[in-house]
Design a protein. Structure first.
Length: 270
């Protein structure tokens, strides 16, 4: 089933409380748009879910079906089918991309993948993300451009075929061609594998292409609203005044500067 449930989650980072009383259910096959003002905890939630040790879950539980995964390591969560594409993918000098990908694939298999099958899979993978296959011999993400790093993340996702993919600003810093290509890969993964996606983006264009069926708003240290997929688009179209009127929830601002939810949470693109 791969149903993901957050029950009364509280998260700290550096002894600072970031999120509290987070309750959220993500069903198999959902495309969830995770939106909200900058600095409210969207990335915190994804990192804590993935097991990043810089983020501490101090209350509550996270369940994958009937398994309590709250305190599992990133490797254990990965083997359960959870994948995260990072805002800033790490560089690993001395480890060729092809070796890293092979290790990741074998960690999810009972028997190691054969070289023939792996090279065939890898060649197709590079074609799907429009990267030169010679990049497989280069150190993982080292001296890659921002766009190449993002494509490399999607390549890894395609190779692993996760049950749940967490995409944290996977579209940031991309030109229009790279943006379209990454969106197409996400849609193909959903169609072919039924992958569940949790997507953080500052651009409504990605949401319009992916057509999320759910929106969760991260605000004021919690998730006050979970609605259908149109909410992310409506926030972009009509701004914070729309959200405030519809849900009677005010953003707790840190200063007196006006903050428009539309520009903080989801940026409009032409």
């Amino acid at each position: 089933m791969n149903k993901l449930v957050f029950e009364n989650i509280a998260i700290e980072a550096g002894n600072k409380k970031i999120l509290k009383n987070v309750n959220l259910t993500i069903e198999k096959g959902d495309v969830l748009a995770l939106v909200g003002p900058n600095g409210q905890g969207k990335s915190t939630l994804l990192n804590a879910l993935m097991g990043n040790t810089e983020y501490k879950i101090t209350e509550g539980h996270i369940y994958l079906d009937d398994i309590d995964i709250t305190n599992l390591s990133p490797d254990e969560k990965s083997r359960l089918g959870i994948f995260m594409a990072f805002q800033n993918p790490p560089e690993i000098e001395g480890v060729p991309s092809m070796d890293f990908f092979k290790l990741a694939i074998n960690a999810h298999r009972e028997k190691p993948i054969s070289l023939f099958e792996y090279y065939k899979m890898l060649e197709k993978g590079y074609q799907d993300v429009n990267l030169d296959s010679s990049m497989k011999e280069r150190s993982l993400n080292l001296n890659f451009s921002g766009g190449e790093k993002k494509r490399n993340e999607i390549l890894q996702m395609n190779l692993l075929k996760p049950e749940i993919a967490l995409l944290d600003e996977i579209d940031s810093g991309l030109d229009i061609d790279a943006f379209k290509l990454i969106a197409e890969n996400i849609l193909r993964m959903k169609e072919e594998n039924g992958t569940t996606f949790v997507v953080v983006s500052h651009y409504d264009k990605l949401y319009k292409m992916l057509k999320p069926n759910k929106t969760a708003v991260v605000m004021n240290g919690t998730i006050p609203v979970v609605s259908d997929g149109s909410l992310a688009i409506n926030i972009a179209e009509y701004g914070y005044s729309y959200f405030e009127k519809e849900y009677n929830i005010k953003l707790q601002k840190k200063d007196d500067a006006p903050i428009a939810l539309a520009t903080c949470a989801v940026k409009k693109t032409k």
